[in-house]
Design a protein around this ligand. Sequence first.
Ligand code: PSV
Ligand code: MN
Length: 429
Amino acid sequence: MTLPISDELIAESNARNADALEEDYAALGRKLARTGIDIDAVKDRVAGFSVAVPSWGAGRGGTRFAKFPIPGEPTTIHEKLEDCAVINQLSRLTPRVSPHFPWDKVSDYKALREEAAEQGLGWDAVNSNTFQDQVGQAHTYANGSLSAQDAATRQQAVDHNIECIEIGRQLGSTDLTVWVGDGTNFPGQQDFTRSLDRYLEGAAAIYAALPDDWRMLLEHKMFEPAFYSTVISDWGSSILAAQELGPKAKCLVDLGHHAPNVNIEQIVARLHRFGKLGGFHFNDSKYGDDDLDSGSINPHQLFLVFNELAEAEANPRDGFNPSYMIDQSHNVTDPIESMLSSAETIAQCFAKASLVDRKALHAAQEENDTMMAFQALRRAYNVDVAPILAKARVEAGGAYDVLAVYRDSQYRDRKAQERKPVGLGAGIV
Ligand code: PSV
Ligand code: MN
């Protein structure tokens, strides 16, 4: 395996921090032991945790107003893979990449799969794109894709999704994530019911092409690019569609795709209750965007989501296998740094949720002891789990201080010498 950052650099940095890590880990171990928690067991759980990164997240996102590229930014899937390999090498938390087509199209997927494996990476959910027109495309998506009035446009969208499944099979993926930008900007523009009927018919044609061991993850979004209505706007529409499609259809929760202040953790519990929790796109938002780094605004909400996931894991009902992925837009930071920081925050919330004394929580709930139920969560949330994550990371070959090693490596500067500059313009491609 050839990894992009020098092993010596990581080893030297880890050696400098080894005493501090041992001290902090031992102190936290003693603290947790007082409440009957074995720190090594939590560390092993964290070592088994992972979250995928999106290939498109390796680039600087930009908004619909502007994009401010940085020197050394990747432009091809090969360069994006290399950046994703950096994130995983340092964090040991992100061993899979989620590709988006046609952005990541190549002529030889077997070779692409090997190229990723050579850098320690596998493939996560395949994402289709029927929210943009591509050069030479026969039918425009300007009026929708799976829900468009025009039958040939709908068929083109179905065919593209089926092609994505075929590519995913070659890469070794087992999930297809379908998000459509379909919707309206004016009252009366489309009939709500007829457009949903058309969406469902197209989604059923895609569903019929899924291999037995695949899932179709339906991603809802309240608004953008359509600002009046979207066809799959919320978890309600999403679960109804997933129920109509069949058992392989599940719902994907992008944390930014809700109205402000929506109780997302409750949605997670509801979806799990009905066997429809398929996965997550992690990011954060302050107003109504889906762009900010995971946990940068509301880490407590992220913890509460993971608390529901811990409950769901303990009560698997129809099984528990949600896919975890980051989906952020990096407009002002180096995307590698943002994803390193987000992966850490996500894993921290996972670890904190593992610390919740569930017996105490459930007992307090049964006794209607509101304060003690709340405190069961609060106690876990207040623990600084950084030493647990650092220990798991270092033991797996990652860096104690991921950002410091990344900066010391001057990886981005080196890439700025090698890679062709990115053009200006708006958008995430
Ligand atoms: C839509 O905003 C979304 O969250 C979907 O997951 C897309 O596929 C992705 O962002 C990239 O545009
Ligand atoms: Mn998303």
